[in-house]
Design a protein around this ligand. Structure first.
Ligand SMILES: [Zn+2]
Length: 389
């Protein structure tokens, strides 16, 4: 019997058109810093809609629109200064994982002194606890993948050291998950983000931290991705498919805070900390064949459970055959989404980077990996990277 804690205090509003709830739900203040990444949000007039809804509620808005993919610590400092100077009493994170993660860190640093890196608990971080709660945060995701709207984690990059690390900030007080906002995402990004959600649930299921509650949600969110992601990739305007992927992403985001990701995410953060133009979801896809082939060998029972639950097995198969059926289904989904051909070498990685990738993954982990059910030696990690080059 395993023990677990369940604590997800975010009030989530899910469904097509749910952004309009922002016009009627109680808000945590009257002065808001709106944090976003910019271009696509502006082109699609989503930013304008959010600002006009807030202004119709007599909320004074201050805009920070310079968040880049893989947000760096300098952005957090600059936007937190703006929030303090303007006496903001809450923060709105609008966009994909990067703006919302940045908004989480900005909300904490608007209330705490020093640099965000003082509060990073691993690697070269200062390992200090936050002394004050952050400003309340409202999350409005416009992509479906990170699930950051349902957990307290923010991923921040230190470009000086190549570290890209997850830190615990605060849960959003409210999140508005409106699949209509994801309709215009390109096919490749739809696939990268959808696979990120899939891997959150898959890793949470095979992690040592898996619980009976996370298992149920993980299986349901994986089922949704396998059933609908290819349709969302191949027809971006298919709202039914978009809605299913958004729901899967939201659930997977909560799954990783009841359970956890495994070392696959640490290895990916090592990769995209080194090559910062590598999208997180694509990095996960690139190492997934090698990572999960080892997993299916080491813990075939967990992979077989997924294969059974998702209908990938045939009568009479052994546990190992069922585990391999899952790997086949994963490769089929990659092919259906057009993401099975690329390699790490397409992003400039080569044999000479392997040592650095391994070292960086342990730096980000703060030492040996602790979330896998089996030991991954540095040699087998190096072999995994080599197989993905
Ligand atoms: Zn992820």
């Amino acid at each position: 019997m395993n023990h677990f804690r369940f604590f997800i205090p975010t009030e989530l509003f899910y469904g097509a058109g749910s952004l309009e709830k922002l016009a009627t739900e109680p808000l945590p203040g009257k002065r808001a810093l709106v944090v976003t990444g910019g271009n696509s949000i502006k082109r699609l007039e989503i930013l304008e809609r959010v600002l006009s809804i807030l202004q119709s509620r007599s909320v004074e808005t201050f805009l920070y629109d310079r968040v880049t993919p893989n947000p760096v610590k300098e952005i957090v400092a600059e936007a937190a200064r703006l929030a303090r100077n303007e006496n903001c009493d809450f923060v709105v994170g609008l966009g994909g994982g990067s703006p919302i993660d940045a908004a989480k860190a900005i909300a904490m640093m608007a209330a705490n002194s020093g640099d965000i890196w003082d509060y990073i608990q691993v690697g070269s971080g200062g390992k200090k606890p936050f002394s004050k709660p952050g400003l309340p945060l409202i999350a409005i995701p416009t992509t479906a993948g990170t699930g950051t709207e349902g957990n307290p984690t923010a991923v921040i990059t230190n470009p000086d050291t190549g570290e890209k690390v997850g830190m615990s900030c605060a849960f959003p007080v409210k999140s508005f998950v409106d699949p209509e906002l994801t309709l215009n995402i390109s096919p490749s990004y739809t696939a990268f983000q959808g696979f990120d959600a899939l891997f959150h649930s898959l890793e949470a299921f095979i992690s040592v931290r898996a619980t009976p509650v996370s298992d149920v949600w993980a299986l349901e969110s994986m089922r949704l991705i396998f059933a609908h992601l290819a349709a969302a990739v191949n027809d971006g305007m298919n709202l039914e498919a978009r809605a299913a992927v958004s729901r899967a992403s939201m659930m997977a985001g909560m799954v990783i805070c009841i359970s956890s990701c495994t070392s696959a995410h640490l290895i990916e953060h090592s990769l995209s900390g080194i090559v910062q133009t590598l999208p997180h979801g694509e990095g996960l896809i690139l190492i997934s064949a090698a990572f999960h082939a080892l997993g299916a060998q080491q813990i075939p029972d967990r992979y077989a459970l997924i294969a059974d639950a998702l209908g990938f097995t045939k009568p009479g198969q052994t546990i190992r055959e069922k585990a391999r059926s899952f790997l086949t289904a994963l490769e089929d989904l990659k092919a259906a989404c057009g993401v099975s051909e690329r390699r790490l070498s397409d992003h400039g990685f080569s044999e000479k980077d392997i040592d650095r990738i391994v070292r960086n993954a342990h730096l980000i982990a703060g030492g040996p990996f602790t979330r896998d059910r089996y030991e991954i030696s540095d040699e087998s990690l190096a072999e995994m990277i080599r197989a993905s080059l």
